[in-house]
Design a protein around this ligand. Structure first.
Ligand code: ADE
Length: 221
């Protein structure tokens, strides 16, 4: 699988692509992640990629030409624009993209991108959530991590992916490790009982209680 990231900050991704699960997956050749510097196609000595909006108003808009040229280099990819105006990112997006050969993530900046690019050269627009951050780079990182860990062979324990939050429409149960008592705080007795039936039942009820309390919108059905 290949993930391209069109950005004015290619170096933003350096450390995260070298570390952890993503770093290992790249090292093992299971995925190729390629930041593409939008300024390669910038105008003039300053390699300008943005301009003021038609109709006036604050902020700057990413110009169509550099973006179009960058997108031309990833023509066969599924092209995703990161913008606060997109659909809220969910696990279903990550599941779907993890099955693709090539995904291109376009990091918006400033007030946004020229709408003609969004209309004619983008397949899908997503947002990290109902808040505005400086640009799409952090969202691209979230997506890279979320997609890479779903690639077969990347995460050793396939069961942990199957069981995790949102796959069953519930939040995960709490987890504990040694010591059994820490600063006087005890691990629930049931988890130390060795009774796997009781443990499974306890975990299920914890998931349901947490989901009802924290995420009533998830509705486990
Ligand atoms: N760029 C700025 N805010 C964003 C958001 N919430 N999601 C994705 N990209 C963004």
């Amino acid at each position: 699988m290949r993930i391209s990231i069109i950005t004015i900050f290619p170096e933003y991704f350096d450390s995260s692509l070298a570390l952890g699960i993503t770093g290992r997956a790249i090292e093992r050749g299971l995925v190729e992640v390629q930041p593409i510097d939008l300024r390669t196609w910038g105008k003039g000595v300053h390699r300008q990629v943005d301009d003021s909006p038609f109709g006036g108003g604050p902020g700057m808009v990413l110009m169509p030409e550099p973006l179009a040229n960058a997108l031309d280099t990833v023509e066969e990819a599924h092209r995703v624009l990161l913008t606060p105006g997109g659909a809220p990112l969910g696990q279903a997006h990550l599941d779907r993209w993890a099955g693709m050969d090539h995904v291109a993530l376009v990091c918006g900046r400033y007030e946004g991108v020229d709408e003609r690019i969004a209309e004619h050269m983008i397949d899908e627009q997503v947002s990290l959530g109902d808040y505005v951050i400086a640009g799409g780079e952090a969202a691209a990182l979230v997506i890279v991590e979320g997609v890479v860990r779903l690639i077969p062979e990347v995460v050793g324990n396939a069961e942990s992916i199957e069981r995790e939050s949102f796959r069953e429409g519930t939040i995960e149960e709490p987890h504990y490790t040694r010591p059994a008592v820490f600063r006087g705080w005890e691990v629930p007795e049931v988890l130390r009982s060795g009774d796997h039936g009781r443990i499974e039942e306890w975990r299920r009820s914890q998931r349901e209680e947490r989901t009802a309390a924290r995420r009533p919108d998830l509705d486990p059905g």
